[in-house]
Design a protein around this ligand. Structure first.
Ligand SMILES: [Zn+2]
Length: 189
């Protein structure tokens, strides 16, 4: 299920015309092609498969203490304006015998971020995927991101960050677990 880049290219030529631009001028000549390729990459998460992505990077480990991976870089497109939002994602989980290879969590974040997204939904999809993939006892995900659709249009203060979180299992049930998560990612509860 890869996007129709030829169609995207011709549509981008139309967009340039509708903006009053001249798609035949030198600087814009290859722009439709570049935008089509960029859009295809930025939405490549639609065709990614969770099982293939995780593949062999789940390891057996008999720990039941909290695992934290923080400051995972995140770039996505908001589905309302198709403009970027970007920031950091923090993930914590309590395993029941299986843990992730660290780089795989970053790949998992990319897989859901490379779609047209809402920050709230992205946060939930990541926590659900972690929970289900390794059958975790609990998961906490927090995303802090800045939205260009707000910043560039002057809708909100330029430095405002949107913070979303999703907690499942023991992270939902136990306040102490939630507080440990927040403390470990550097947020005082
Ligand atoms: Zn937006």
């Amino acid at each position: 299920m890869s996007p129709d880049t030829e169609r995207l290219e011709s549509l981008m030529r139309e967009v340039l015309l509708a903006l009053g631009e001249d798609p035949t001028r030198e600087g814009l000549l290859k722009t439709p092609e570049r935008v089509a390729k960029a859009l295809a990459f930025l939405t490549s998460g639609y065709s990614a498969d969770l099982k293939t992505l995780i593949n062999d990077a789940i390891f057996t480990q008999t720990t039941n203490s909290m695992v934290i991976v923080k400051n995972i870089e995140l770039y996505s497109l908001c589905e309302h304006h198709m403009l970027p939002f970007f920031g950091r994602c923090h993930i914590g989980y309590i395993p029941t015998g299986k843990v992730f290879g660290v780089s795989k969590l970053a790949r998992l974040v990319d897989m859901y971020a490379q779609r047209l997204q809402l920050q709230e939904r992205l946060t939930e999809q990541i926590s659900q995927a972690v929970m289900e993939t390794i059958n975790a006892r609990g998961v906490g995900v927090m995303i802090e991101a800045r939205h260009l659709c707000m910043m560039m249009r002057g809708v909100e203060k330029q430095n405002s960050e949107m913070v979303t979180s999703s907690v499942l299992g023991t992270f939902r049930e136990s306040q102490a677990t939630r507080e440990e998560f927040l403390a470990l990612i550097g947020h005082r509860p």
